[in-house]
Write a protein that binds this ligand. Sequence first.
Ligand SMILES: Cc1ncc(COP(=O)(O)O)c(C=O)c1O
Length: 398
Amino acid sequence: MLSGEIRMSGRPLVYLDSAASALKPDCVIQAITDLYARDYANIHRGLYDLSQNLTTRFEAVRGRVLRFLGADPDLYQTVFTKNATEAMNLIAQSWGAENLKEGDEILLTQMEHHSSSVPWQLLAERIGFTIKWIPVDDDGDLDLAAMESLLSRRVKYLGVTHISNVLGTVNPVGEIVRRARAVYPEIVIGVDGAQGAVHSVQPLEQFSPDFYTITGHKLYGPNGIGALIGRRDRLAAMPPFLGGGDMIETVSVQGVRVQPPPQRFEAGTPPIAEVIALEAALDFLDEIGMDTIARAEDALREDALARIDARPWLRLTGRAAHKTGILALNIEGVHHADAAMILNKCGVAVRAGHHCCMPLMARFGMEGTLRASIGLYNTEQDLDCLFEALDKAREILA
Ligand SMILES: Cc1ncc(COP(=O)(O)O)c(C=O)c1O
C-alpha cells in the first residue's frame, strides 16, 4: 500500500479520496505481476494447461464474489463487467429495453450516481417510460413515505444506491425491497453497490435484490473490473448486451445462438488479470475483516463529525443516522475548487465537484462540495492534516 512513502506538494500524502478509488494493497499489485510473469494465457479457448488452469481460476472468482457479498450461489450469478457503470448499463440495455414500454414507470432516488440514473434516462428518451424520483430529506435520508406514495403496479423497476457517494447515507435497502414488493411482487430492484460493497457488511441474502452492481477499484482491487450480481432467473430471461466472441454457442450465416449467463453477457476477451487481482482484494478485505474495517472507519468518522461541529463555518451535507465515512463539506463563502487547491498544497487529496450526482446537488442548492472519504488506511493524523488544511483554506480564502 502506498501512503506515507508518496509525497504530494512536498508533503507526505494524506489520501482521503477512497470513495473515488481506493489505493491498492501489495497483494493486489503482486497478484497482477505474478499472473503476467508466470501464469498468463488467454482463457476459455486454449487446450493447453496454462490456459485451462487459468480458466479454472478465473471461473472460481465468480463464486468468490458471491461469497464476499453473502449471496446464495443457487440464486445468484456473477457477470463480470469493466466497472459498476457498465453493469448498470447492462441492466438498462438488456432487461430495461426488453421489458419496459411507454406508460411504464420506474423509480430512482435523488441520490443516485449518474451511472445508475443516466442509463435509464437515455433509455426513457428512447422508449417513453416515466422516471419518478424518490426524494431525499434535509439530513440525507430517503423519504420512504414519499417512496410509498410513488409505488404502484405501473412501477416496473426500482433503482437505489446502497450507500450514497456524496452523503454517506447507508440506505435501508431491506426495508425498501420489502415495501416495494408488497405493492408489486414482480417489481425488479437494482441496488448500486459501488460504495455499499466496500462498507456494508449486510449480506445480499438479507435483502435479496434482483441485481447488485460492484466496481473493483473501490474495493481495493484493480481498475477495469466490476460485476453485475444478478438473480439467475432474471439473467436467464435477458437478451445479450454486447455481441462478439465468447458469448455465442454457434454462429452461422442464418443466425446466432447465444450462451447461457454469465457468458451471454461477456463478449470478447475478458479482463483476466483484473479478475484474478479482484480475488486478491477480496481475500485481503476478508482477512482483515469487514467488521474490523467498519469499526475503525466508524471511529474516524465520529471523530471527524465532532471536529466539523466545532467549526460553525464548515457545512456538512449528509447527517443521516446511519452513515459511512464520506464527508461532503463546504467552507462558508469559499468555492469548493479553490479550497481543494489549498488542500492539495497541504498534501491532502480530496475530491471536489458534483461527484457525478448533479440531481442531488440541485436538491441541496449546491454546485459542488469538497468530499473527504475515509478508507481502511486512514488515521487520526490524517484527520489532523485534513482539518489543519481546511482551517488554512478558510484563513486564506474566506
Ligand atoms: C455510488 C456509486 N455508484 C457508481 C459508481 C460508478 O463506479 P465506476 O465509475 O467504477 O463504474 C460510483 C463511482 O464513483 C459510485 O460512487
